[in-house]
Design a protein around this ligand. Structure first.
Ligand code: BG6
Ligand code: MG
Length: 216
């Protein structure tokens, strides 16, 4: 029998595909600063905090900014991003995500969100699934970004379960690393050739089942 008592889900790339909105907003900012941002560059920003993403983008563009200017730029990007996510609807929930959350809860498993995004609650409300989580830990509640396990350990604590009783669902390498270093099982959402450290990799939550969970 599996010892799993709780499932902790990343948001961006697992429940919804917001990477496209992050990309549009960062690209807009880069263009204003006089350079471009490729989709390939954007891949490297998945799971990376807002502050660190900006640092990387400025580095790629060869642009130097003071800390105060960087704060201003991050705020500007977030304004565009928030405007885009304000139009999100439940139709944008990735295939199988809502159903798998419901399946877990019906089986008595606890559920939490563990995301780097400070906009997590806005998105959960827009897609109308906030009620499917027993706890929500987001970028406003952590001080150390993934691959530090802080976000997931806080999730386990909020659910009153031990880290070893948790499985994390993540699309980013840094997120898989965070789960493993926190002593949790990790299910990768994406490609097995990228998420090599994960205990199991599926292409989306529509491929998950209680049976697969029980093998972890
Ligand atoms: C992660 C995304 O979930 O959240 C990153 O994968 C993003 O791309 C990070 O930078 C922080 O998000 P936000 O909404 O707080 O800017
Ligand atoms: Mg993600």
């Amino acid at each position: 029998m599996s010892i799993i008592k709780a499932c902790i889900f990343d948001l961006d790339g697992v429940i919804v595909d917001t990477a496209v909105y992050h990309y549009k907003a960062w690209k807009h900012l880069a263009n204003e600063l006089g350079f471009d941002l490729s989709e390939e560059d954007n891949e490297k920003l998945k799971g990376v905090s807002r502050v660190r993403s900006l640092e990387l983008i400025l580095q790629w563009g060869g642009v130097t900014k003071t800390p105060a200017e960087q704060e201003e730029l991050a705020t500007k990007k977030n304004g565009w991003y928030v405007e885009m996510i304000s139009h999100m609807t439940p139709a944008e929930i990735l295939p199988g995500a809502k159903e798998f959350l419901e399946t877990c809860r019906a089986a008595g498993l606890k559920t939490a969100l563990g995301s780097a995004s400070k906009n997590s609650m806005t998105i959960l409300k827009k897609i109308n699934i906030a009620g499917l989580f027993d706890a929500v830990i987001d970028g406003n509640m952590v001080s150390k970004p993934k691959p530090d396990p802080e976000v997931f350990l806080k999730g386990a604590e909020a659910l009153h379960v031990a880290p070893a009783e948790c499985v994390v669902f993540e699309d980013a390498i840094a997120g898989i690393e965070a789960a493993i270093s926190g002593g949790m099982k990790a299910v990768g959402i994406g490609s097995p050739t990228v998420l090599t450290e994960a205990d199991l990799v599926v292409s989306g939550l529509n491929e998950m089942s209680l049976e697969k969970l029980s093998t972890l």
